[in-house]
Design a protein around this ligand. Structure first.
Ligand code: AQP
Length: 331
């Protein structure tokens, strides 16, 4: 499964709710493009999910559902390593170590921390603040070359690179410096109710995000209610963020350029764009949904997949962790 001649990618999604088409187009679809040319580690990052409050029963269910979604989207567990973050103790261990090589100032600058801490009120969990260190550990533990992420995670990846470079220059070459892999138009799918805000699975407004598991009626309803503008022209520009977002979702499915979509819809109304997008989304998501439901009925198979993934992930990551400990001077 791990070919020495191939480069490595690491990526993960938090089981902090129902995965959205942001996770799908911004992350999973890009994994599919890369999965045959890289050694892949695709993780369900449950340790990250608890940086905000989770209900145990729901978390347990969502962890398995995320795994089922990875499989249903076409990630082959015989070729890629699929595992659950909390099963591999090296992640938490390296995270503590790297806490000691990261500065308060760096973490305070993280946009996601600023946004998420505003939502949780006065008692901000420390984990929300140190989350990017855990993410750096996830990536650095596998000698990762490339990290496919949406553009919202770019800042965290830059921090991971800074921490790695700092450690390497303090001791000696230890960590590989990872590169981001970001696909332009799908890198930031926006909220359907506020196209200036990222689509997020934890948004309080259910109509703002489309779930991978949304049924036909919900897809129709959410797309038809999505916020547009009063200009009435299907044009891909920043003055029409709602339309731009719908075009970005559409081309993530069809592979067209924004210009091609503009030309195809010249003289047509928003209703037509929404109608076509709805039917494309239903065609894209319903086969995945059927497969997810099948996998969710087969918990033994899911257990087999994540148990195998855990074993490989531990062996690979522990090599780096041992090297780190040695360099620091631990016995
Ligand atoms: N709207 C998005 N557009 C493009 N990419 C996105 N990703 C998430 N939302 C979008 C990408 O999905 C991967 C995993 O994300 P995550 O769920 O682990 O964390 P997140 O970025 O914090 O996503 P959410 O939906 O906003 O989660 P909550 O609401 O739980 O905090 C990443 O590669 C991310 O870029």
């Amino acid at each position: 499964m791990n070919n020495q001649n191939m480069k490595t990618i690491f990526s993960g999604i938090q089981p902090s709710g129902d995965l959205t088409i942001g996770n799908y187009f911004g992350a999973i679809k890009n994994w599919l493009k890369l999965k045959d040319e890289y050694n892949c580690f695709f993780c369900i990052v449950d340790l990250h999910a608890i940086t905000v409050k989770q209900e145990p029963k729901k978390l347990r269910e969502k962890i398995l559902e995320v795994l089922a979604i990875y499989l249903a989207c076409g990630i082959d567990p015989n070729k890629s390593n699929l595992f659950i973050q909390s099963h591999v103790s090296t992640h938490a261990e390296l995270s503590w170590i790297l806490n000691c090589y990261t500065y308060m100032g760096e973490l305070s600058r993280m946009t996601q921390y600023k946004e998420k801490s505003l939502k949780v009120g006065e008692s901000i969990p420390v984990g929300l603040f140190t989350y990017p260190i855990l993410m750096a550990s996830d990536i650095l533990l596998y000698n990762t070359d490339l990290v496919p992420v949406g553009s919202d995670q770019k800042q965290h990846l830059e921090l991971a690179r800074d921490i790695a470079e700092r450690f390497n220059s303090l001791y000696s070459e230890t960590f590989k410096i990872p590169e981001p892999y970001i696909v332009q138009n799908s890198s930031r799918i926006m909220s359907l109710q506020n196209p200036l805000k990222k689509m997020s699975k934890s948004d309080e407004n259910e109509n703002s995000y489309l779930k991978i598991m949304d049924d036909e009626n919900s897809i129709k309803r959410k797309i038809s209610r999505s916020i547009t503008d009063s200009m009435g022209v299907i044009s891909y520009n920043d003055d029409q963020p709602g339309i731009k977002n719908l075009i970005n979702i559409l081309i993530s499915i069809t592979g067209e350029t924004p210009k091609e979509v503009e030309e195809r819809f010249e003289g047509k109304g928003y209703g037509e764009l929404k109608k076509e997008l709805t039917s494309l989304l239903i065609d894209e998501l319903s086969p995945i949904q059927k497969q997810v439901n099948e996998f969710m009925k087969n918990k033994d198979y899911l257990e087999e997949v994540y148990t195998k993934g855990k074993e490989t992930a531990y062996i690979v990551s522990n090599k780096i962790l041992r090297k780190v400990k040695r360099k620091i001077g631990f016995i």
